[in-house]
Design a binder for this molecule. Structure first.
Ligand code: MG
Length: 442
C-alpha cells in the first residue's frame, strides 16, 4: 500500500532520467531529499485489473465440486487447446495455448472442463460495468483484464488508488465469486507488471520513486514487446535484466534492434511509457441490476428498485458520455426463471427519470400479480454519443429531469458518490407518480 499523501490533481511523472543523454525529466531522487520525495510523489493513478485464472475461476464458482481441485478449461475435440488453468496446475507446466492432450499427460489428476464463453462474457461484462462506475476511462484488454485511469475520478471517489484497488478486489470477489489481482502505478506497463508480481489474488502499488528499483532486476522478457527474437538479440549483447538495458547506450540498442524497438525498450527500462489509458469503443449497453435480500412481491418495492436502477443507469450513461434508445427490464423470479422486456424510445436518453418511466411501463405491462422476484435489472441499449442536443418533439413537454440529474451529477462529482440520493428523493422535490400506478400513486 502506498503511504504517499495525494494531491487532488496529480501530475504525471516525474520519471527518472535516462543515463545516456536522451532528453528526459530528472530522476525523482535528484530533486528534493528522500523524505520530501515521499510526501511530494504524485499518486499513481493507473490500475491494471486482471482476473486470476479467469475461465477456470468462473467454472469453479458455479461447480462447487471443483473447489480446491486443479482445473483446466480446454476446448473440446481432438485438437482442443488449454484456455485457462488454475495456478496449481501451472506448476506442472500446463499453460494456455497448449494442446489439451499434452495437459492431460502433464497433470492427469486435473478436472478438464469445456468452456462456456457466454458465461465468461457475462461475468466479464459485470466486472467491466462495475469498473466503469469508478471511471469512464476503462480500457479492456480482454475479457478478464483492463486498465483504468483514475486521475479524473479521485476527488469524486474520495479514496486513494490503492484503496480503490483493494475495493475492486473485494467487490469482484463478493459479487462475482472470483479473485483478481491489481497493479497500481503511473504507467500502464508498470501497473501491469506490478499486478503480475502478486498473482494470484494480490495488490501491489509501485510509486514513482520505486519504479526503477522495481523494474531493473526484472528479466528483459518482462518488458512489453520483448519476444523470443528480441530476447535473443539482447542476450547476444549480454543484456539479461531491465537494468542492463537501462545502462546500455540507446544507440547500441537501436543498432541491434532497430530504431523504434531500441528507443522503446530504452524508455521502458527507465519507466517511461507515454501510452494513455484509452477508453474502449462505446459499449453496446449500460445497465445495472439488483438482487433483493429476500424475494419481493410488493409492486411498490419493485418500482422503487426500478427507480434506483434507472437513476444509476442514467448516471453511468452520462458518465460515459452515452445515451440509448432501448430500455430493457430484466426480472428474475424466485424459481430463477428470467424474463426480459424491451421498449424502444423515440429519442435516445441518458436521463434516469425517462428510463424509469419506460421501465415502469414494461413492468406494469407484464401484469405480474405479486409474483415473487429475486432480482430486477434495468439496461439501456443501442447507445449513441450522449452529448447531442435533444430534439423536442412536437407537443412534448420538456420535463426538466435532464437538468436536475446533471445538477446531481455535479454535486456527486464534487462531494462524492453518496452526497445525493436519487433526485426524486430530494427534499422538496415532488416524486412523480409512476406511470399507470396500479393503486394510488405515492
Ligand atoms: Mg487473467
Amino acid at each position: 500500500m502506498t503511504s504517499a499523501a495525494y494531491r487532488p490533481e496529480p501530475e504525471r511523472g516525474p520519471v527518472p532520467a535516462p543515463a545516456h543523454g536522451e532528453a528526459g525529466p530528472a530522476p525523482a531522487r535528484d530533486g528534493a531529499g528522500p523524505s520530501d520525495d515521499r510526501t511530494a510523489a504524485p499518486v499513481p493513478t493507473v490500475l491494471h485489473v486482471d482476473m486470476d485464472a479467469f475461465y477456470a475461476s468462473v467454472e469453479i464458482r458455479r461447480r462447487p465440486e471443483l473447489r480446491g481441485r486443479p482445473v483446466v478449461v480446454g476446448s473440446p475435440g481432438p485438437r482442443g487447446v488449454v484456455l485457462s488453468a488454475t495456478h496449481d496446475v501451472r506448476a506442472y507446466g500446463v499453460h494456455a495455448g497448449q494442446p489439451v492432450g499434452r495437459a492431460r499427460r502433464l497433470c492427469p489428476q486435473a478436472s478438464f472442463v469445456a468452456p462456456d464463453h457466454d458465461e465468461y462474457a457475462r461475468v466479464s461484462g459485470n466486472v467491466m460495468e462495475y469498473l466503469r462506475t469508478l471511471t469512464p476511462v476503462v480500457e479492456p484488454l480482454s475479457l478478464d483484464e483492463a486498465f483504468l485511469d483514475l486521475s479524473g475520478a479521485l476527488r469524486r471517489l474520495g479514496r486513494d488508488p490503492a484503496r480503490i484497488g483493494a475495493d475492486i478486489r473485494a467487490r469482484v470477489a463478493d459479487e462475482q465469486g472470483i479473485t483478481c489481482s491489481v497493479g497500481v502505478a503511473s504507467t500502464k506497463f508498470v501497473a501491469k507488471l506490478a499486478g503480475a508480481t502478486v498473482k494470484p489474488d494480490g495488490l501491489r502499488v509501485v510509486r514513482d520513486d520505486e519504479v526503477i528499483a522495481f523494474l531493473h532486476p526484472l528479466p528483459v522478457d518482462r518488458l512489453w514487446g520483448v519476444g523470443e527474437r528480441t530476447e535473443a538479440a539482447l542476450t547476444r549483447l549480454g543484456l539479461y535484466t531491465v537494468g542492463d538495458i537501462a545502462h546500455t547506450p540507446p544507440a547500441t540498442l537501436c543498432r541491434a534492434l532497430g530504431q523504434a524497438a531500441g528507443r522503446t525498450l530504452y524508455a521502458l527500462a527507465w519507466g517511461r511509457d507515454e501510452r494513455p489509458v484509452v477508453p474502449s469503443e462505446p459499449e453496446r449497453s449500460i445497465g445495472t441490476e439488483e438482487t433483493f435480500p429476500a424475494d419481493v412481491d410488493d409492486p411498490d418495492t419493485i418500482r422503487r428498485a426500478l427507480l434506483r436502477l434507472s437513476g444509476r443507469t442514467g448516471a453511468r450513461l452520462r458518465g460515459a458520455g452515452l445515451a440509448g434508445r432501448t430500455v430493457t427490464v430484466k426480472l428474475r423470479f424466485s424459481d430463477f426463471t428470467t424474463l426480459t422486456r424491451s421498449k424502444t424510445l423515440r429519442e435516445a436518453t441518458d436521463v434516469g427519470r425517462e428510463i424509469y418511466t419506460a421501465a415502469c411501463a414494461l413492468h406494469a405491462a407484464l401484469g405480474l400479480e405479486r409474483a415473487r422476484l429475486r432480482l430486477v435489472g434495468v439496461r439501456v441499449e443501442h447507445l449513441v454519443p450522449g452529448d447531442r442536443p435533444r430534439q423536442l418533439l412536437l407537443g412534448e413537454r420538456e420535463t426538466g429531469w435532464a437538468e436536475v440529474e446533471r445538477a446531481a451529477d455535479a454535486v456527486r462529482d464534487r462531494f462524492g458518490g453518496h452526497a445525493l440520493a436519487p433526485a426524486s428523493l430530494l427534499p422538496g422535490t415532488p416524486a412523480a407518480p409512476p406511470p399507470r400506478p396500479p393503486r394510488t400513486g405515492r
